[in-house]
Design a protein around this ligand. Structure first.
Ligand code: ZN
Length: 280
């Protein structure tokens, strides 16, 4: 699943191409099983609200891509497990599994492609009573000063969960998923099964630093295109961070630090990969 660095890369790629442009029309795939507009009453109304809207600003919160539009409304896109958001010329051949197309100006298309159908589109209208998506419920962004060492320490001390599960809780830290929780734990030399309130002060400091460093490096390297090859940036290119992974999807291969074979375990319903020697 695309995580913070992948969505940040897509946002950065699309910003210069989309800012100030108008959504002339929207096409939504007629698949009745699609969850894409699950929280919006009508597809017809969704399209009508977007036709002619100007894109003022793109931003990211956790794993969500946010479009501020004029007249005032907000379009939020979540790519789910395997979604892609590609900017293409309207003449370029159509990819399989297109769920929605945002027609931009006369010649460009922003295509939302989603074979596994876990992705979703949200539309927040001004003065609507109910928000389709409460972004305020998310925890702090790990690369802002809100995610301080004191904040992380406080959260860890009052929790008794396994650290791997804790790190993927979007209400605690926004934007981390399987890839970057595995990689941060390896960097901090902490076993993914450790119970959060047993972490020592120096371990918490290492983990805080590791999360921020791994995310920054992943953004610089334009995200991770893992084994499934699904992740693409906003213009269809692969990421580069997959060549720098130390544990994620490396089960059965030797640890780069110590040579011990990387293992994996199911923790909280997700697969954690780790070095049993380096991480304690
Ligand atoms: Zn090792």
């Amino acid at each position: 699943m695309p995580e913070l660095p992948e969505i940040e890369t897509i946002k950065n790629d699309l910003t210069p191409h989309l800012t100030g442009k108008t959504i002339t029309d929207v096409t939504i795939s007629p698949d009745p099983k699609t969850r894409i507009l699950r929280r919006f009453p009508s597809q017809h109304k969704f399209i009508a609200e977007l036709q002619g809207a100007r894109i003022e600003r793109l931003s990211r919160r956790a794993k969500y891509l946010i479009f501020d539009l004029q007249p005032s409304r907000t379009l939020v896109i979540h790519l789910g497990m395997s979604g892609q958001l590609l900017l293409r010329s309207h003449e370029s051949p159509k990819e399989p599994y297109i769920r929605a197309i945002f027609h931009i100006g006369k010649k460009a298309e922003l295509r939302f492609i989603d074979p596994r159908k876990f992705g979703e589109l949200f539309l927040q209208l001004p003065f609507a009573n109910e928000s389709p998506l409460n972004l305020d419920r998310l925890g702090p962004e790990p690369l802002t000063k809100d995610f301080s060492l004191a904040y992380l320490t406080r959260c860890l001390r009052k929790s008794r969960r396994k650290i791997k599960t804790f790190m993927m809780d979007q209400k605690v830290i926004a934007g981390l998923g399987n890839i970057y929780s595995d990689e941060s734990l390896f960097k901090a030399k902490i076993h993914p099964s450790r119970i959060t309130n047993t972490l020592q002060e120096d371990e918490i400091r290492c983990l805080h630093r590791a999360i921020r460093k791994i995310l920054r490096e992943a953004i610089i390297n334009r995200g991770t295109t893992a084994f499934d090859k699904r992740y693409r940036d906003g213009l269809g290119r692969m990421g580069r961070f997959q060549t720098m992974l130390r544990v994620y999807q490396r089960r059965g291969s030797p640890c780069y630090n110590c040579g011990t074979i990387i293992e994996s375990a199911r923790i909280g319903g997700r697969t954690a990969s780790f070095c049993p020697q380096c991480q304690t």
